[in-house]
Design a protein around this ligand. Structure first.
Ligand code: SAH
Ligand code: SF4
Length: 362
């Protein structure tokens, strides 16, 4: 049974959202904050202080920014906005270790973030967009359509909300919530850079995973820019025909095109790739699929993440346990050096598992 609690807007993300007048500081980079401070007659150093207060200390109230002069704190209080989201509701899974946060933006759109605690890891699954227009046939987010991209501040405030809720520092970030990160490339990368920044959240680059459905221009840009974050590609099928049927994006960028880009990426960077494969009954769960899957990826230095499908509207189903076992057995027998992880989704009882995130805007 799930437990739900309503929260007031002030206990977690105290302060205002970005409605009304005011400069939104959340989401600004160090360079932007420095320039902004100089424009207001402050020193460059003031920009670093603000950066540290907002991201390293995750403070939302200027009054607590003790190394900033009282006068400038007054200015910040009067003219600036440090929050972009409000926490509306928290839903907790049976085990209590997975929580789904329902957040609302200044323009009253809703989005979801998932916090997962496991031993000494706190993984937060972030949304990059409200809705998604990639329109994968099996995905609850896809069925909402696309409303808008999230801002850098809104991406960052999801993490801060998850931290403030649990009081456990975040150790891993996955862009596997609502939306396609590579269709909001600039903002997602700016947020990731702030998460990674020494004076920001100081998270290692490999603790940040960006999952894409296969947006080739985004993958190419990620490679060209030598981004050090982990790249995950949602494969979900072993033939072009099946993939195109369930993921329309495949009509534009085929598996073959994506793989040839990834091969080059690995020969240059030697970075591991993660492939995600959701297992759906009678779609991609046959023994032949298992063999094809291993053959397709065996030349990559990669991890394979198998996700038994989380049912949403009943059109697609999770395969029976024996079918999943058989599929995994074939994979394990042939896996070579490939590390295989099975993601029995946490939080399925609260629809907080992959692909179950979908909210209505108010
Ligand atoms: N848009 C990106 C990231 C968000 S989706 C992408 O598609 O990769 C994150 C992962 O959830 C993807 O691997 C996607 O295939 C998977 N997914 C979507 N719907 C799902 C469902 N109902 N059950 C299990 N996984 C799902
Ligand atoms: Fe968008 Fe990813 Fe869902 Fe596809 S699986 S509709 S890309 S969120």
């Amino acid at each position: 049974m799930e437990t739900t609690r309503k929260t007031s807007s002030t206990n977690l993300l105290d302060g205002r959202r970005s409605s009304g007048p005011g400069q939104i500081l959340k989401g600004m980079t160090l360079e932007e904050l420095q320039a902004w401070c100089i424009d207001r007659g402050q020193t460059r150093f003031r920009g670093l202080q603000l950066f540290e207060w907002m991201y390293r200390h995750q403070v939302t109230n200027p009054d607590t920014m003790t190394n900033i002069s009282g006068e400038f704190r007054g200015y910040l209080r009067e003219h600036c906005i440090f929050n972009t989201l409000e926490l509306l509701k928290v839903t907790q899974s049976d085990t209590g270790t997975t929580q789904k946060l329902l957040l609302t933006t200044a323009d009253d759109l809703h989005l979801e973030t998932v916090s997962m605690l496991e031993k000494n890891r706190h993984t937060v699954c972030l949304s990059s967009q409200i809705g998604c227009n990639v329109d994968c046939d099996f995905c609850a987010t896809g069925s909402m359509g696309f409303l808008r991209n999230l801002s850098v501040g809104e991406i960052i405030d999801q993490l801060i909300a998850a931290y403030q809720l649990t009081d456990v520092p975040v150790t891993n970030i996955v862009f596997m919530g609502m939306g396609e990160p590579f269709l909001n490339y600039d903002r997602v990368m700016t947020a990731a850079d702030i998460f990674h920044h020494r004076q920001g959240f100081d998270l290692g680059a490999t603790r940040i995973t960006i999952s894409t459905s296969g947006i080739l221009p985004g993958i190419q840009r990620f490679i060209r820019e030598k981004r050090r974050y982990k790249l995950a590609v949602s494969l979900n099928a072993t033939t072009e025909a099946v993939r195109s049927k369930i993921m329309p994006v495949s009509h534009t960028w085929s598996i073959e095109k994506i793989f040839s880009e990834l091969r080059e990426y690995q020969s240059d960077s030697q970075r591991k790739i993660m492939f995600e494969y959701i297992l759906m009954q009678d779609i991609n769960d046959s023994p032949e699929d298992a063999v094809r899957l291993i053959n397709m990826i065996k030349d990559f230095d990669c991890k394979l993440n198998i996700i038994p499908y989380n049912e949403t509207d009943g059109r697609y189903r999770r395969p029976d346990e024996e079918v999943i076992e058989k599929f995994l057995e074939i994979l394990y027998r042939r896996r070579g050096n490939i590390q295989i992880l099975v993601r029995w989704s946490k939080g399925q009882d609260i629809a907080a598992a992959c692909g179950q995130l979908a909210v209505r805007s108010s």
